[in-house]
Design a protein around this ligand. Structure first.
Ligand code: PMP
Length: 297
């Protein structure tokens, strides 16, 4: 359950009880997936609660609304302030924030006439210690960038994610790995992918993926630690030759991938650069100093 009778959300200009909030069944968003959203985390840090990369997330939300031609006038500063207030009203520190911008009643296929903003939040502490994942190459491709604004976080795109994730689970795997329309590795249903090979990190180039904020943070961490990182196109066969790999995203942070199509990665996770990056990411979200150990770095 994401809320109880005490949970407060921000909804269209007011802080209201989640249980009492309602919406119109004739919303364009409900019928056509025509809505945009974000997934954001807040962490308990020394001097209170900090929303990690708030500006990057709210800038992306505004970008998503703009390319989808959904009218949306909130600024990044306003969205950040409202989100802190949602956390405060619920007494949350470690939490997941879900701002959703959806459209007014309209059964037509023209652009949205008005939008509503909901900012929901629920407590969230896991991520870092999530289990190792066993991936399956999906039979579903990521949406074609010629057909969608793939760099935007649009609700309708997640129909593709649900298909791929469920297919993987139905086949006894934890998660899917989706390819792009050209057959190169793209991303997971809700995460970007990195792999390590001979002390170099690789991740799919932009163009066919949601270029994640966590992905950008990982690249930043690699640069700071002098770990070479390359953005390029590669195949499933290339990935199966990798030493180690991880999924990254706001919700899950950095999660070890144990195998792809039952082919295990070669390195012990603890001996990989991926594990160093995982620890450095944790330090970054908690605003702590990261000290790489000499054995692993
Ligand atoms: N790809 C997809 C399809 C996603 O849904 C997400 C999660 N937002 C990501 C990548 C990772 O993005 P971020 O690091 O910004 O959460």
């Amino acid at each position: 359950m994401y809320y109880n009778e005490n949970t407060v959300i921000y909804f269209n200009g007011a802080f209201v009880k989640a249980a009492a909030a309602s919406t119109d069944l004739y919303s364009q968003s409900l019928h056509y997936g025509y809505a945009v959203f974000e997934g954001i985390r807040s962490y308990r840090v020394d001097n209170g609660t900090k929303i990690f990369k708030a500006a990057a997330h709210f800038d992306r939300l505004r970008h998503s609304a703009s390319v989808m031609k959904i009218p949306f006038t909130y600024t990044t500063a306003q969205l950040t302030e409202l989100s802190y207030e949602v956390l405060k009203q619920n007494n949350f520190t470690d939490a997941y924030l879900r701002p959703l911008v959806f459209c007014s009643p309209n059964m037509g296929l023209s652009k949205g006439k008005a939008s509503y903003l909901a900012i929901q939040a629920w407590e969230w502490t896991n991520g870092y210690l999530a289990n190792k994942m066993r991936l399956m190459t999906s039979s579903y491709q990521r949406p074609n960038p010629g057909a969608f604004h793939i760099e935007a976080k649009v609700s309708g795109h997640y129909v593709n994610s649900i298909l791929a994730c469920q297919e993987a689970k139905d086949n006894g795997f934890d998660e899917a790995l989706l390819l792009d329309a050209n057959g190169f590795v793209a991303e997971g249903p809700g995460a970007n992918i990195f792999f390590e090979k001979e002390n170099v990190l690789y991740t799919p180039a932009k163009g066919n993926i949601l270029p994640g904020i966590t992905r950008a943070t990982v690249i930043e961490i690699c640069n700071g630690l002098n770990i070479p990182v390359e953005e390029k196109y590669f195949t499933v066969a290339d990935m199966k030759e990798a030493d180690a790999a991880f999924y990254c995203g706001t919700a899950a942070e950095i999660v070890e991938i144990a195998s792809l199509d039952n082919v295990p990665f070669k390195l012990n996770w603890e001996d990989s650069l991926c594990a160093v990056i995982q620890k450095a990411y944790r330090c970054k979200v908690l605003e702590q100093q990261f000290k790489p150990s000499l054995e692993t770095a």
